[in-house]
Design a protein around this ligand. Structure first.
Ligand code: F6R
Ligand code: MG
Ligand code: MG
Length: 368
């Protein structure tokens, strides 16, 4: 029987503002997923948060897109919204964009990353959670993990990963996808995923070798909230699942890309570029200018489709230097105020006040 890890997340209310998640929502998640476990829907779970997003991490044997599992998560978010309204949390039900549940939470507002795989003798899995940014924020780190020999020594040294990986890239504007091989198509791949607001890495697969070719080794949530809602309702705040070791990048090779606080879009009002700061779950709360954008990482050693205890991987002085650098970059970017490249370029501002400003000025533009 194969094992599935599902991470389903939503912002159902912030505390305060869009800062973090109230303990009562975590409590609701724990209670309801506990009931789901008793009913045999899932085998194990961990409820946590990153910024204002409630994160449900679940292990089971039911495969991806399973109705029972999705419906359980949807019920947690619905109940969470109720609790959030009662205690007047901010933006209660923010990501609950649709009313009626029809068997799958995709396109309903929440973000989802799921992987189904044959459990190895030792199966380390890392769950990454980001707040105040978009799915494309994963492009650079995931590329580095699986395709950059300057990051992943194993690509050069380990015969079992020397042949490279296959990337599934989605065009999230046109809803199309393409499979690309590295190292053969590395430059073509970079030509796409460098445009991170449009082309996003959805999954990574192993090539023929130690692991089954059809079982993903990484998966990123690629929901676009503003497309689902038809208007801007906040950034997607994506999650990712990455399996590691023996035939895959090592734990440290998977974490290494986050030692560089790369610029991602999101931050204040989803309209600014800023550094992605790796933090512990305890520090996964957005403060300065509603940010800076954050990423937390929990490591699990999967055992017979159970999660066991998580290890908070960025809760480590080894990432202090990165955090300091991120603060420096945040300060530098902030000094630009409303100017690009701190503020996002025009194309990304279309769902903000910009169209109204243009409308107001219509007729006042003269030939220059
Ligand atoms: C960004 C985010 C926040 C809000 C900002 C304004 O993803 O969630 O930066 O955009 O706090 O929020 P409202 O419009 O709710 O006052
Ligand atoms: Mg929010
Ligand atoms: Mg959020």
């Amino acid at each position: 029987m194969k094992t599935t890890v599902s991470v389903i997340k939503a912002d159902v209310g912030g505390w305060p503002g869009h800062g973090t998640v109230h303990p009562k929502l975590i409590e609701t998640g724990n209670k309801m997923l506990g009931e789901g476990k008793n009913k045999g829907i899932i085998n194990d779970f961990h409820v946590t948060h990153c910024g204002d997003d409630l994160e449900l991490i679940m292990a089971h044997n039911k495969g991806v897109d399973n109705k029972e599992v999705h419906s359980l998560a949807w019920d947690v978010f619905k109940e969470g919204t109720k609790v959030a309204k009662e205690i007047k949390l901010y933006g209660a039900g923010q990501d609950m964009l649709k009313e009626a549940f029809s068997g799958n939470v995709r396109g309903m507002g929440p973000g989802i990353a799921e992987v189904e795989f044959t459990e190895r003798t030792g199966e380390p899995v890392i769950v990454f959670m980001m707040d105040k940014t978009e799915p494309g924020a994963f492009n650079l780190p995931v590329y580095r993990m699986f395709a950059d020999p300057f990051n992943t020594a194993g690509l050069v040294i380990d015969p079992s990963i020397h042949s490279g990986f296959v990337f599934e890239v989605w065009d999230i504007m046109e809803h199309k996808k393409v499979m690309m091989k590295t190292p053969e198509e590395m430059y073509d791949l970079l030509a796409l995923i460098g445009a991170k607001e449009r082309y996003v890495i959805k999954r990574v697969y192993p090539k023929k070798g130690k692991l089954p070719e059809n079982e993903p080794v990484a998966c990123v949530s690629t929901e676009k909230l503003f497309q689902t809602a038809g208007k801007y309702v906040g950034k997607d705040d994506p999650v990712g699942i990455v399996r590691c070791q023996s035939g895959l990048p090592a734990l440290g090779e998977v974490l290494e890309p986050f030692a560089f606080p790369h610029l991602v879009s999101g931050w204040m009002r989803g309209s600014h570029n800023g550094p992605l700061m790796p933090v512990s779950v305890k520090n996964a709360k957005c403060t300065r200018f509603d940010g800076p954008p954050r990423v937390a990482a929990l490591g699990f050693q999967i055992c017979n489709a159970t999660l066991g205890e998580p290890v908070d991987l960025f809760d480590d002085p080894a990432f202090d230097y990165t955090r300091e650098k991120a603060e420096y970059i945040a300060e530098y970017m902030r000094r630009h105020g409303p100017f690009e490249p701190h503020r996002l370029p025009l194309a990304d501002m279309e769902y903000t006040t910009l169209p109204d400003v243009m409308k107001k000025l219509e007729g006042r533009f003269e030939k220059a």
